[in-house]
Design a protein around this ligand. Sequence first.
Ligand code: ADP
Ligand code: MG
Length: 393
Amino acid sequence: MTNFEKFLDKNSVFKNISVLSPHYIPKILPYREKQIEEIMSYIAPTLKNQKSRNILIYGKTGTGKTCSVKKIMEEFEKIQSNARMHYLNCRVYNSKYRVLQKVMKDYWPELEKAGFGLPFIYEKLLETLKQQRYLIVVLDEIDMVKDLDDLIYTLTRANDESGTGGLSIMGISNKLSFKENLDPRSKSSLNEVEIVFQPYTTEQLQKILEQRVEEGFQHNAVKQSAVNLAAALTAQENGDARYALKLLMRAGEIADEKKKNFVDDSDVEEARKRVETDIIAETINTLPEMHKITLHAIAKLSLNGSKYARLDGMAEGFLMSGEVYEEYERCCRQLRKKPRSLRWYKEYLNDLEMLGLVITTPSSKGIRGQTTLIKLGHEPEIVYKITNTSFFC
Ligand code: ADP
Ligand code: MG
């Protein structure tokens, strides 16, 4: 046996583990046929050189919004036409400028170079539409765009100004409430059609998992009771299919580690802790540096407890905004980074709250004037470990 053979020879419950990855899109998406049909019917006119309406798709995380839209795009691209769908994840393309530049680059490669002003890019957009093109701009996680009102206004105006050609927006959001912060005008333009994705029920999750078990695991390697448990735990948690799939994948890995040739309930139980950590780590790892440092400061203080914990009106587990800022400055210095001003720090807190990583609440009037109280959205140990690894190891 060479040294390599012991790895190759390994028995595994998996047949093809990539089927369990978040990037894998299965051939059929059960329970989303209706939504997919509906969305297709709204955008189909663009394939016949007609304008289409703006669509807003929303529903909690893991309800299949992104994969449904990707599925639709696959079908859309099969048809020869003047229409095109542009998919953008707004965590990356989080401003009007970035969105416009990214979309227009596909038509005008010279825009690849930075430094073109918005008016120039806008002119290019109008020119593109004049060539009788139909653009559907898919803005996934649209709530992450900083100047969203401005972006919606600009895109809508371009559509209105173009005699021929058209541009429609397909916004996707995990946050049901994000519309409330929009200006009424952009709200009504974005919301011409609204499609809601409901969380999956236990039975639906069971079916979704069974489909992956079939494709991803060895024959009979996953006990039915383990699938049922993973589905039930997920439904009870949040109905997030991503969570269910991770649970199943981690359970498979645990079975492999234990050299078992099947996955049962105990492996799913054990997988829970790892999955929680995985999910938090994924969110944290995509954060920009200053956000990470802010979060690290909050985790560190949470572990030690607030200096003001004994003050009247301080709720359990909360920290004061001021002490967090001081800790943030200390962490920055330790990392030899220049701390940003309070204004920026508030911005970071806001973004962290949007992602569910922290919870903030205004303090009661009594506490040192009025301040903001901050608490971690997850266990401090887990968050500390993740942020610490990304900076200090
Ligand atoms: P969202 O965008 O709503 O947060 P995703 O589309 O990213 O959710 O789905 C999360 C995960 O669950 C993905 O891995 C996806 O493949 C899977 N998934 C979601 N809905 C279904 C479904 N109906 N059938 C099979 N897999 C699904
Ligand atoms: Mg998504």
